[in-house]
Design a protein around this ligand. Structure first.
Ligand code: KG4
Ligand code: ZN
Length: 358
């Protein structure tokens, strides 16, 4: 089955064609094309994503990216080759989501293909299925999803059966990375910039500064998170040290390192506790923040030493951030189950849902 995936929930216009086979428990994917047109440079000047600007760019990019995705997949006549179209319907920025939905709907009507509405977070879970040396995921599984808009722990009893057991009560992990990066005078997106500074901080033993940040909610018995206090703690730390005469350049690597470690400690502690209580067989890591190498390394190591019977499935680095291959992969799982929209009435009923949850 050839699935075309379309993703426009935030600031990436992404289309991908996957050749999919296999059953729900053991799907196989061949990536025929995976094109992402990023708007990061455009939004960077504003320090974050501007929804209407994103919409304008998606509208401009969608036909171009489709052309490239089909060409790369060597598809000349999509109406004959593509079997189904999967599109992100939420959560995300509403004006941005609508551009993908309307585009997908036009294609489905013109090519006479079924359409599959996909939850963006489900896409981040499906990204783990795109590993090159894929191990079959054993269920029940637990997904730790960490992106710019969400931080969630999702219990997956079996494929497509999701139950959110914890989420952030305020800022998402990626959002905290972005905000702290801004305080430190680093650019947008903040995640990669903080990670880079943190690496420098690892070797910055020359300063004897005590840079210590809290690990919010690390001991709470639920599976929720809170990162907004951490951001405020960074603000105070920065203020106190600058009053003592230290400059931001000296502080940056140390604060970045401690901030990154605080986020990692909370994420890993809560994930491990949930894994034990829910007796899962696998842990899946997905979302933009899952590109963080320290998080990947420390999660795998901790699992190996403390829960060695639990498999660890990290989203491949190239599919951690927003992309359409993960949307097509999630679409295939629904297609197997027959969860597709076929009639014109069904296609027209599809809507964007900015706050859609799993
Ligand atoms: O999943 P994603 O691409 O978009 C959303 O669905 O939100 O996630 C984007 C987030 C941004 O906040 C970005 O700063 C963060 O992922 N991010 C990282 C890293 N790379 C991207 N955070 C920490 N470390 C990274 N290496
Ligand atoms: Zn995302």
């Amino acid at each position: 089955m050839l699935v075309l995936g379309i993703e426009t929930s935030c600031d990436e216009t992404a289309l991908s064609v996957l050749r999919c086979s296999g059953k729900l428990q053991n799907p196989k994917f061949e990536i025929l094309s995976d094109i992402v047109a990023s708007q990061i440079a455009l939004h960077a000047k504003f320090g974050g994503v501007v929804p209407n600007l994103a919409k304008r760019e998606h509208l401009k990019n969608l036909p171009i990216v489709l052309g490239r995705a089909l060409k790369r997949a060597k598809i000349k006549n999509p109406a004959n080759s593509i079997d189904t179209i999967a599109v992100t319907v939420g959560p995300g920025l509403e004006p941005a989501l609508w551009t993908g939905i309307n585009f997908a709907r036009e294609l489905a009507l013109a090519w006479k293909k079924p359409l599959i509405p996909i939850n963006h977070m489900e896409g981040h879970i499906a990204a783990a299925l795109l590993q090159k040396l894929k191990k079959t995921i054993s269920f029940p599984a637990l997904a730790l999803l960490v992106s710019g808009g969400h931080t969630e722990l999702v219990y997956i009893k079996k494929p497509l059966q999701y139950k959110m057991i914890g989420e952030t009560l305020d800022d998402a992990a990626g959002e905290a990375f972005d905000k702290v990066a801004r305080m430190l005078g680093l650019g947008y997106p903040g995640g990669p910039a903080i990670a880079k500074e943190a690496k420098r901080g690892l070797h910055a033993t020359s300063y004897k500064l005590r840079v210590k940040l809290p690990r919010p909610m690390i001991r709470s018995q639920d599976f929720n998170f809170s990162f907004s206090g951490l951001k405020t703690a960074v603000l105070y730390l920065l203020r106190d040290f600058t009053q003592e005469g230290y400059n931001i350049k000296q502080l940056r690597p140390l604060i970045a390192r401690e901030f990154q470690q605080a986020v990692i400690d909370v994420l890993i502690t809560k994930t491990l506790r949930a894994a034990k209580i829910y007796k899962v067989k696998s842990i899946i890591l997905g979302g933009g923040v899952s590109a963080n190498r320290e998080l990947r390394k420390q999660l795998s190591k901790t699992l190996e030493s403390q829960l060695s019977n639990v498999q660890c499935h990290l989203s491949p680095l190239s599919f951690a951030s927003d992309n359409a291959a993960m949307i097509a992969a999630a679409g295939y799982l629904h297609a197997i189950k027959g969860d597709v929209l076929r009639t014109k009435k069904e296609l027209l009923s599809m809507k964007a849902d900015a706050t859609l949850s799993l």
